[in-house]
Design a protein around this ligand. Structure first.
Ligand code: ADP
Ligand code: MG
Length: 650
């Protein structure tokens, strides 16, 4: 058997994804490797495939029990012998697992880093051949990241104790230089093959909204996505409680997760979500590390998170299966204030000296500012995120709310001049809100107390909506017409280019026009249940297959997506297999899984076709995967796609 046979037989896939094969080959040549690939790219396969081809056992170090469990269940379901060694096992179970490992019953063993140097584990390892040590979530070794685990530092010590050094491979989705250097150094990778794939997740659609009523926006969204699983992230426990309670009251299948709940409840709620018993998880950022659930169709941020790193990580939990998914951020000015509050509170809470604490806070403020710009920019959102991580590319993706909204070049000179004039004429320096409130002619207490109603520009933009004033203000700051100071309470000051404005320079900016509601609606309703799976997916068939999957998952006590992913079910709907051979063509159906589940799915498809519940099989589609189809679009077509969007809206 070679790597392709393994890929097909056990995992049911026909080809490797970008980057995977290079890493598999490197490992098989005995080279140390470091793979840096975004969430959902398929890092696990990079060590699982070679593990099955190497003579001995592969140890996989993983930071979380839930991750290990998920992976081992997936492997066992694919017919691969694997086990995990961590604190979720009783002493008895642990010893049995160790014994089985010594007897060579597992090809892949997941182990918690804390176990590596224990007497019993060392003893067990002495009698076996280790082909590879693979470090998953390798960024946990770095103190630069957010997920530092001191026990990861033991991995190197452990490797030193081995009589023969195995191949070392490491994988992470964190791209920063510091983290990468830490991994290479602290794991002591020798002449490694390092591979970084792009960080773009083409199947994710990025959306920013500034709704007046967030709850209403969420409820409207959910009404259109009733069949789907999603996460709603909130900044505080209190918001989690409020949102979750409201959703439950409205009849949604929602559960919650935050650090204020008991371990038991957190565990239960997490499982309910993973096993598809609850559809919606409302949570703080405490939730998600170690969630490999592949069929999360949307991640809504009810509040703006503290920085782009967190945002991309959390939003990235959507669409691991590669199907189109949505990442929606609901922004409000209050989110900035809440985050600032968290940053101020950081002080003294950690064991660092004052100077370091100050620097850390400074950095966090800077990151918050960039996060805030994400919410207000008119640029392509994807380009903004990728640029933040140092990847530059096209500034039009066609799949984010900015690219998809009709842009309108608008002359904002009047508004701009009033804002700058107001700053110049203020007797004192103020934050953005005060300036905006002043030109808007607000009578709130702050404005009156600061006697800003005496400013000559007071009320000069009375008719301009506040959100638009904010957009112009941001544009002015971004383009150097005004500046925002770096203090605890950032204030607006004149900047280098302020003079140009006062001299009458014209300022234009792209302003996103509100899309007419009537135009959007029919499109939504057309394909309500399955807007994303493609035209050939019959909703009824898909629903029935999903039902069948859920039944089997309950019987087997595994999460449904581990039996077959949504993507695999969707492909069954398009291909409508009738025979074993045809079923094995479906991506994600390996031989072992076929033996276990294939017949029942075939049977279901036959039944539904015979009794006319579903129409005849449509013409075979040209593309088999949405992700691939998207990647095939050339730059030329993309551009014409943009024009088409514009035309259809105008
Ligand atoms: P990562 O660890 O990089 O976030 P995973 O290893 O969990 O990603 O893989 C994400 C999903 O992609 C899984 O459902 C996996 O089965 C699927 N996958 C991985 N490799 C392939 C492939 N070559 N073809 C199709 N699907 C794949
Ligand atoms: Mg992974």
């Amino acid at each position: 058997m070679d790597k392709y046979d393994i890929l097909k037989k056990y995992f049911g896939y026909d080809s490797f994804r970008p980057g995977q094969e290079t890493l598999v080959d490197a490992i098989l040549e005995g080279r140390d490797t470091l793979g840096i690939m975004p969430t959902g790219a398929g890092k696990s396969l990079c060590y699982q495939v070679p593990a099955l081809l190497m003579p001995g056992i592969t140890l996989v170090i993983s930071p979380l029990i839930s991750l290990m469990k998920d992976q081992v269940t997936t492997l066992n379901q694919a017919g691969i012998h694997a086990a995990y060694l961590n604190s979720s096992l009783t002493q008895g179970q642990y010893l049995i697992a160790l014994r089985n490992m010594r007897r060579g019953q597992y090809k892949i063993v997941y182990v918690a880093p804390e176990r590596l140097l224990t007497e019993s584990f060392q003893e067990a390892v002495r009698g076996i051949t280790l082909s590879m040590v693979s470090v998953d979530e390798a960024h946990c070794i770095s103190q630069w990241g957010q997920d530092f685990r001191p026990s990861y530092l033991k991995i190197h010590d452990f490797i030193e104790t081995l009589p023969v050094r195995p191949v070392i491979s490491a994988f992470t989705a964190t791209a920063t230089r510091e983290v990468r250097e830490d991994i290479l150094a602290l794991l002591d990778l020798r002449d490694p093959v390092t591979l970084t794939t792009g960080f773009d997740r083409k199947n994710l659609k990025f959306i920013v909204q500034h709704p007046r009523d967030k709850m209403k926006t969420v409820l409207e969204y959910l009404k259109d996505h009733e069949q789907e699983c999603g996460i709603i992230y909130c900044l505080t426990r209190k918001t989690v409680e409020e949102v979750c309670e409201r959703l439950q009251r409205e009849g949604y299948s929602a559960t919650r997760y935050h650090a204020g709940l008991s371990d038991r409840e957190r565990q239960q709620n997490q499982e309910a979500f993973i096993y598809d018993q609850k559809q919606i998880m409302v949570a703080t950022n405490a939730f998600g590390m170690g969630i490999d659930k592949s069929n999360i169709r949307y991640v809504i941020h009810y509040n703006m998170p503290k920085n782009i790193e967190s945002y991309y990580q959390e939003a990235g939990r959507a669409g691991r299966d590669g199907l189109p998914s949505e990442c929606i951020l609901l922004y409000a000015g209050q989110d900035v204030i809440t985050n600032q509050f968290f940053i101020e509170k950081m002080e003294g809470s950690e064991a660092m000296d004052d100077e370091t604490a100050r620097q850390v806070q400074e950095r966090e403020r800077e990151r918050l500012k960039k996060m805030t710009f994400y919410c207000t920019t008119n640029e392509c959102l994807r380009a903004y995120i990728l640029g933040y991580f140092g990847e530059y590319g096209s500034n039009y993706c066609g799949n984010c709310s900015n690219c998809l909204t009709q842009f309108e070049e608008s002359d904002v000179t009047g508004i701009a001049a009033n804002l700058v004039g107001c700053v110049r004429e203020s007797r004192w320096t103020y934050g953005m809100t005060m300036i905006i409130d002043t030109v808007h002619g607000s009578k709130n207490a702050k404005v009156l107390r600061g006697r800003m109603n005496e400013n000559p520009y007071y009320g000069s933009c009375e008719e301009v909506p506040l959100y638009q004033l904010r957009q112009v203000m941001n544009h002015l700051i971004l383009n150097g017409y005004l500046q925002l100071t770096d203090d605890n309470y950032p204030v607006v000051r004149l900047a280098e280019r302020s003079g140009e404005l006062l001299e009458g320079k014209t300022v234009t900016m792209k302003v996103a026009k509100e899309q007419p509601k009537e135009k959007r609606k029919p499109e939504k309703e057309k394909n309500r249940k399955l807007p994303k799976m493609g035209q050939d997916v019959d909703p009824e068939l898909f629903a029935q297959l999903r039902e069948l999957r859920l039944e089997m998952a309950r019987k087997e006590k595994v999460p449904p997506y581990i039996i077959f992913s949504d993507k695999t079910l969707a492909q069954m709907c398009t291909l409508r297999p009738r025979t074993r051979a045809q079923m094995l063509e479906v991506s994600g159906v390996g031989e072992f899984k076929y033996e276990k589940y294939g017949e029942q799915f075939l049977q279901k498809i036959r039944e539904l076709s015979a009794d006319g519940t579903i129409p005849e099989k449509p013409e075979p589609p040209e593309e088999t995967s949405v992700g691939e189809a998207e990647e095939n679009i050339s730059g030329q077509e993309k551009k014409s796609g943009k024009r088409a969007v514009k035309q259809s809206l105008s």
